[in-house]
Write a protein that binds this ligand. Structure first.
Ligand code: NG6
Ligand code: CA
Length: 518
């Protein structure tokens, strides 16, 4: 009897919701407010660029002090075995957003600034998943996953699509690729910011367009000398990779970029403070060109590279202050990490190499950006959610590719069959409720994939790019038998144990091959 009346009551309410616009509005309000009042936190992923494991003072840096990240780490969990999926930007970002290793997509390599979008809009991304769960989703900062369709040349002066919006971001304010690649302009929700229609933009990576000076034709105009690859169109006194013409009013000023992105991030938080939001805040410091705002010059003992890291840290401090001011800190899960390991010389003679002293940007790990050695992908990784996550240290093995499945587990939402196949639900490890993470993961270098399982790492025969702290490009050659390392006793990957443990090599090799051919 009781059941019957509850049921019929529910039916009546459902009918009212269906028929009556006011009831519909009330229902939407009820659902969203219960979502908000419930346990769904805001999620902010702060994704740094080229910041190494050893670049933060909470991970051991001495010559650069990252007070705000140190505070964030004290309020949460600092991970020691958290990985980017790859040692360069595009593949790492691809993996983070889609939950799929980037080597499965042949197009997911370092992209030029005029590359088409490499993520199929039919795919789930972190943004589309959270959007479906009622989150307001925003991207601020670096993109580098391509824009537009592969079948036609993108018109930069029109609607720039598909891009972040088609992948689930309600709001986006970003650069097309990197600071050292044209077009050197900001894009907001698919339109170039401050574009003057009388001065249209053209972008070309093959040949010069217009009569803009380049680094090769006008080196006297440069603030920093660059290698040949970075000696194309000059924007704001810095030559870039690729050519552009037009769009003069829209061109960014490098020294203002961190403040511009920060302002956008803070604006997004403020506008969305009354509803669950997801912010992907992809900072650009300390990617080249390293041109921090003058107020940060000399802020570190490492020249502009360290100064840029201090500026990024300052910006993160402002984010925390803003969350505090809106009393959102306990309702916000923050994850900080970086897209790939560190590099000193990366095209511009900016003093990073000369001023590095004995700083270890990759911390105890071998190699850095571009490398399949640990320094390429083992990242600083901090999770903070005061009141929910107990502060501590975690050695759990996790990969950024796991965020999608972990967020799906946290807030609900289905991942369609056959998608995000590499993403494992690591939410218990991420929230510090468990010490155990993945059993194994793949690390992607340039032209090579390697595997870590437990505390062992296997590197197949081939070339491992390694610039270490030097300014030269070189590769380490791994011979026929491959290489096997025991990371607990040999964190710097110095002692190849492959000959001693042939069975282990066999198993690791089989595991790697199985993953690669999935
Ligand atoms: C490389 C660039 C480097 C940097 C990198 C992308 C040359 C010689 N080097 O190709 O300067 O732009 O691409 O970095 O062109 S990432 O962090 O976005 O992957
Ligand atoms: Ca990067």
């Amino acid at each position: 009897m009781v059941i019957f009346s509850v049921e019929s009551g529910l039916k009546k309410i459902m009918l009212k919701i269906k028929m009556n616009p006011l009831w519909r509005l009330l229902a939407v309000f009820f659902v969203t407010s219960s979502l908000w009042g419930g346990e769904y936190p805001n999620i902010i992923v702060i994704y740094a660029d080229d910041v190494g494991y050893g670049d933060l003072s909470c991970y051991g840096a001495k010559a650069v002090s990252t007070l705000n990240l140190d505070r964030l780490a004290e309020s949460g969990i600092r991970f020691t075995s958290a990985y980017a999926a790859a040692s360069t930007c595009t593949p790492s970002r691809y993996s983070l957003l889609t939950g799929e290793y980037a080597f499965r997509n042949k197009g997911a390599h370092i992209l030029p600034g005029n590359a088409p979008l490499i993520i199929d809009p039919a795919k789930s991304t972190i943004a589309s998943l959270l959007k479906e769960q009622g989150y307001s989703t925003g991207l601020v900062g670096k993109w580098h996953l391509g824009l537009g369709n592969a079948t036609e040349t993108l018109n930069w002066n029109g609607d720039i699509a598909p891009g972040p919006r088609e992948l689930g971001f309600d709001y986006s304010f970003h650069m097309a690729a990197t600071g050292d690649r044209v077009p050197s302009v900001y894009i907001r929700n698919g339109s170039i910011v401050n574009l003057d229609s009388n001065d249209p933009i053209e972008v070309n990576y093959k040949e010069r367009v217009g009569d803009e000076p380049t680094g090769l034709s006008h080196p006297e105009l440069l603030r920093t000398q660059a290698d040949e690859q970075h000696a194309k169109t000059i924007v704001d006194g810095t030559s870039r990779i690729g050519y552009m013409s037009g769009g003069h009013a829209a061109r960014w000023r490098d020294e203002e970029m961190p403040d511009t992105f920060l302002g956008e991030a803070l604006g997004f938080i403020e506008r969305n403070r009354d509803q669950p939001f997801f912010l992907f805040y992809a900072t650009h410091e300390n990617h080249v060109p390293r041109l921090p705002h003058p107020r940060f010059w000399g802020a570190s003992g490492l020249g502009l590279r360290g100064d840029a890291i201090v500026q990024m840290d300052w910006g993160i401090g402002r984010i925390l202050e803003t969350l505090d001011a809106f009393e959102l800190r306990e309702e916000t899960l923050i994850i900080f990490s970086s897209d790939n390991g560190p590099v000193l010389f990366d095209g511009y003679h900016d003093g990073a190499y000369e001023k590095n002293g004995d700083h270890q940007p990759a911390g105890p790990w071998r190699g850095g950006k571009y490398s399949a050695w640990e320094g390429g992908t083992r990242m600083p990784f901090i999770v903070s959610w005061p009141g929910k996550v107990e502060p501590g240290l975690s050695d759990a093995l996790v990969s950024q590719v796991d965020l999608l499945a972990s967020f799906a587990s946290l807030v609900g939402g289905a991942i369609p069959e056959g998608q995000a196949i590499d993403s494992q639900n690591m939410i218990h490890a991420l929230l510090g409720e468990s010490d155990s993470g993945r059993e194994a993961l793949i690390q992607q270098g340039i032209g090579i994939q390697v595997v870590r399982k437990g505390d062992w790492k296997y590197v197949p025969p081939g070339k491992v790019s390694n610039r270490g702290n030097s300014s030269a490009y070189f590769s380490d050659i791994i011979g026929e038998g491959g290489a096997l390392f025991y990371l607990i006793e040999d964190p710097a990957e110095q002692l190849n144990l492959a000959d001693l443990y042939p069975n282990k090599v066999k198993k690791m090799k089989a595991l790697l091959e199985a993953e690669l051919s999935k």
